[in-house]
Design a protein around this ligand. Structure first.
Ligand code: FES
Length: 109
C-alpha cells in the first residue's frame, strides 16, 4: 500500500462526488461534511460507475440500478455481505492522497 495523489481538494467540495480513472481502475472520491472518502469506483453489482452516481449524506447511489453504499464502510445497504473496497485518505497541501492497494498500482507507475 502506498499513498498516491488522485485529485486536488478543490475538485471535491463538500457534498461532491467525482470519478477518478487510473489505468483500468475506477475510484470514487467524495466529500462528506468535509471528510474525504475514497472507494472503488466499480459497483459490485454489474460494474456501474459509482463515481458518476449520487451522493446523499454519507451514501452513494449507483447510477445504473440504484444500489446504495455507505461511503465510510463500503457496505451495501441492501445486503451487508456486499461491499465496495474503501481506502485510507490523507489530505496534504490541498492534495488528496489515497492508499491504493499494490495490485491496483501495478502497471500504472
Ligand atoms: S451496477 Fe450498480 S446497482 Fe447495478
Amino acid at each position: 500500500m502506498a499513498f498516491e495523489k488522485l485529485a486536488s481538494l478543490n475538485e471535491v467540495p463538500p457534498g461532491g462526488l467525482i470519478e477518478i480513472v487510473r489505468g483500468s481502475d475506477l475510484y470514487a472520491l467524495c466529500n462528506v461534511e468535509g471528510e474525504i472518502r475514497a472507494l472503488s469506483g466499480t459497483c459490485p453489482h454489474q460494474g456501474g460507475p459509482l463515481g458518476q452516481g449520487a451522493l446523499d449524506g454519507g451514501f452513494i447511489t449507483c447510477p445504473w440500478h440504484a444500489w446504495e453504499f455507505d461511503t465510510a464502510t463500503g457496505v451495501c445497504l441492501f445486503n451487508d455481505e456486499i461491499r465496495v473496497p474503501t481506502y485510507s485518505v490523507r489530505v496534504e497541501s490541498g492534495e488528496i492522497l489515497v492508499d491504493l492497494p499494490e495490485v491496483n498500482r501495478a502497471g500504472h507507475a
